[in-house]
Design a protein around this ligand. Sequence first.
Ligand code: MCA
Ligand code: AMP
Length: 438
Amino acid sequence: MTSVVIAGTATSWDELDVAAEAMAARLAGAAAVAVIMHASIDAVTAVLAGLAAGVPVVPVSPDSTPAELRHLLADSGSVLLVDDGEVTDLPGAGDRPGPAPGTALLLYTSGTTGRPKGVPISHGAIEHGIEGLAEAWQWDPDDTLVHGLPLYHVHGLVLGVLGARQVGCRLHHTGRPTPAAYAAAGGSLYFGVPTVWTRVARDESAARALRGARLLVSGSAALPLGTFTALGSLAGQSPIERYGMTETLITLSARATERRIQGTVGQPVGDVSTRLTGDDGGLVAADGESIGELEVRGRSVFAGYLGRPEATASAFTSDGWFRTGDIACVGNDGVHRIVGRASTDLIKSGGYRIGAGEVEDALLDHPAVDEVAVVGEPDDDLGQCVVAYVVAMGVTADELAAHAAQRIARHKCPRRIHLVDALPRNAMGKVEKTRLGL
Ligand code: MCA
Ligand code: AMP
């Protein structure tokens, strides 16, 4: 019986399947079920139950504010909510159509403006993506996967739980992704966002304790050079990097058997194809130098946002490629390098994707606030941190921080709020975010 440990509680995949089957009967026929994703056996059981019952599962962050939760429940068409193993009927639910049949998960993700959008992910996309990763990483039933990532995103849930289950390996979820917990877990395969790897690299004894691991994998944001190098010497290997997106699952990855090249995210996974397009819409050469927007196609790519035809139309090209919004360059060996993002309005902080517009809306909602611009500023630990520039009268930065904290989850809240007299604007009156903080 393959063991599964989640935040200190042990079980097995077989026991989880039995518990999930029992809950599946209660969920069957629902348009969608929302699950509060504490790092717990109960939460994982509820996800597996939804998948077994053919009911789309909507994983919800336990840190969601009441306003965020209301949006997710209404937007997703969820008719049931599971929290700590308790299934509740949602009153007044079902006003909106749920995801299409065949949807396994409905994940919510930030855009540059507006509230988070639902990304329906099919059973086939998940299976295909994990098969591709198993091949790229030589991931097999002899592995013990260790991570402590949140269970409501692709990284922690799709790869970190459903991946281990599909491969049939042991899983040790550490509850929180701390260096000490990673060091104590004794795994063969470790997942982390760059912030986690940076913290491990700064804790020399934790980093040295990973010397027995077969493979360290970093994803969700760019891995800093210093972290790559420090782990190379302390842990005996640098992490391999892979690149993905909620909408595409995992698109690119370095291979376990190949030499690790800092700053590269490898080649396509599974049947994924990629191309780069320039500002003029023309294709950009894969010559290791030219850069363009990365576009992708393949079985793991989603078909469109739930109930957002306009957002879907602008996310795909007329010939069916998904526009990632990431700027990349590709070598003639097919190895990709992510060099930036097309928009300053998508921030990556601690591996979380945060839409500047959502944070701006939360602050603009305060009556004393006239104007807001939110940006991601470089941060040694988080990659980027959320910073707000606010034009307001008669309110303090602390009061605005408290206001935001009631509306948006903690990781989206600005770490710094600067009260300013005016925002920098160009001749057209548009805010120039790149001039903020200068
Ligand atoms: C947090 N704190 C704050 C604020 N936010 N204080 C003031 N203002 C704020 N706005 C507090 C926290 O509550 C905590 O307090 C302390 O500051 C430290 O917070 P933080 O540095 O954020 O550390 P953390 O809470 O330990 O989180 C770091 C983390 C976390 C563990 C790396 O960011 C994380 O779990 N990231 C993973 C995100 C992820 O899974 N992304 C994948 C998306 P106190 O210490 O008192 O509690 S899927 C994806 O991207 C694609 C598909 C892909 O490629 O994988
Ligand atoms: P999310 O939708 O939260 O999954 O975030 C997806 C975004 O994370 C991508 O569009 C990239 O900007 C970023 N990302 C993911 N993996 C990497 C990586 N290895 N290097 C750089 N950026 C990454």
